[in-house]
Design a protein around this ligand. Structure first.
Ligand SMILES: *Cc1c(COP(=O)(O)O)cnc(C)c1O
Length: 378
């Protein structure tokens, strides 16, 4: 299967020199972001976006098609998807009034910045998921990024220091992206204590299923702590766009206020409900992915001049002598991975998602070839 893919590159934080006159209407915080740089790539083996390789089973496809046909598209959906929220409450073992649902957890990241970050600080680590910094640059007064410690560990003391003053939003992903490691709960607890009631603490659990971890217990009884979840990764619905937040009822209500009314469509709600009907199917897919992750990890570890980093997620980072030429060599062999070598501490790093067994084997074979041909050098 050949798909056209777009490789997202982080925006350049610089003022465009050739800004048209009309550009004066736009806030400098926005024009200063520069344009998104998109590079379209064609590949048969697409392992660049941490997606699930598992599509819907045939039977669900038929049911989804019928459901889609039955939705009254002339009518507005629920102001807020209450039935989906109730189902997510069941699945997560969390009270429904403490849940906010949106069209992707990215939207909830934005909602957190709108609710608690405007005129204040967004605090996070570097490198991390780019959307925290992007939303902060657009809407917050300050963005503070504390470098990760050795082995991509949380810089707990420096973060605690920063949390002593001011207010705003703290974002931490665990398992982390793009580094793939999980952070110990005890460290998150220290941060929650330091955050007190002046900071919204968002713990992004986009990949928790692959780590077998669950931080909802940590958030329980800690008002102002938000656990972010998504159906884009383990649930295999990146194209449907659904994410949700588990938090206390007060915070959930504030997040629901800043997420646009009607922003989850009737189609999204119906299909989300259908796909959440069988959590066991999803668990099987996660088990297969974890098995393949371990196989990939071991195989990468055996390749000369390749350093692979441990991962608790559905992707892993690996370092080669020359990331650009290895990325290009893989692409020539129709394998698409993601460059991460522009990020701090990640010189020479590429990131590969765990795909189907055959895709992973194709990737390993292509990488071995590229490394032998070029020695990983340009
Ligand atoms: C992929 C990912 C998400 C998911 O975002 P959606 O908008 O729900 O697709 C959230 N956080 C992190 C760290 C991710 O890697």
């Amino acid at each position: 299967m050949v798909r056209w893919r777009t490789s997202w590159k982080p925006p350049v934080h610089a003022v465009a020199a050739d800004r048209p006159e009309a550009g004066r209407a736009i806030r400098p915080a926005v024009t200063g972001l520069g344009a998104y740089r998109f590079t379209p790539h064609e590949a048969e083996v697409v392992l660049d976006q941490n997606e699930s390789p598992y599509g819907l089973p045939e039977t669900l496809r038929d049911e989804a098609a019928q459901l889609a046909a039955s939705v009254a598209l002339n009518r507005y959906p629920d102001l807020e998807p209450r039935r989906l929220r109730a189902r997510l409450a069941e699945v997560s073992g969390w009270p429904a009034d403490g849940i906010a649902v949106a069209g992707g957890s990215n939207v909830l990241i934005q909602a957190a910045v709108l609710a608690a970050g405007i005129g204040r600080t967004v605090l996070t680590v570097a490198p991390t998921f780019s959307v925290y910094g992007l939303q902060a640059r657009i809407a917050a007064r300050n963005l503070v990024e504390v470098p990760l410690g050795p082995d991509f560990s949380l810089p707990v003391e420096q973060l605690e220091e920063k949390l002593k003053e001011g207010s705003g939003v703290l974002f931490v992903a665990s398992p982390a992206a793009p580094t793939g490691n999980s952070h110990p709960q005890a460290e998150l607890e220290r941060l929650a204590d330091a955050a007190g009631d002046r900071w919204l603490f968002v713990v992004d659990e986009a990949y928790h299923e692959f780590a077998g971890t669950d931080l909802s217990g940590f958030a329980r009884g800690r008002p102002g702590t938000v656990v972010l979840r998504t159906l884009s990764k383990a649930a295999g619905l990146a194209g449907l766009r659904l994410g949700y937040a588990l938090t206390d009822p007060f915070t959930a209500e504030q997040l629901r206020k800043v997420v646009m009314p009607f922003s989850v469509s009737a189609l999204q709600e119906e299909l989300g409900l259908l796909l959440l009907r069988d959590p066991e199917r999803l668990k099987d897919n996660v088990r297969r992915t974890v098995q393949e992750r371990e196989r990939l990890q071991a195989a990468l570890g055996k390749l000369p001049d390749v350093t692979v980093f441990p991962s608790a997620a559905n992707f892993m980072l690996f370092r080669v002598p020359a990331a650009a030429s290895v990325h290009a060599g893989l692409l020539e062999r129709s394998v698409l991975v993601r460059r991460q070598d522009h990020l701090p501490q990640l010189e020479g790093c590429l990131r590969v998602s765990v795909g189907l067994p055959a895709e992973n084997s194709a990737f390993l074979e292509a990488l071995a070839e590229v490394m032998t041909e070029t020695g990983g050098n340009a």
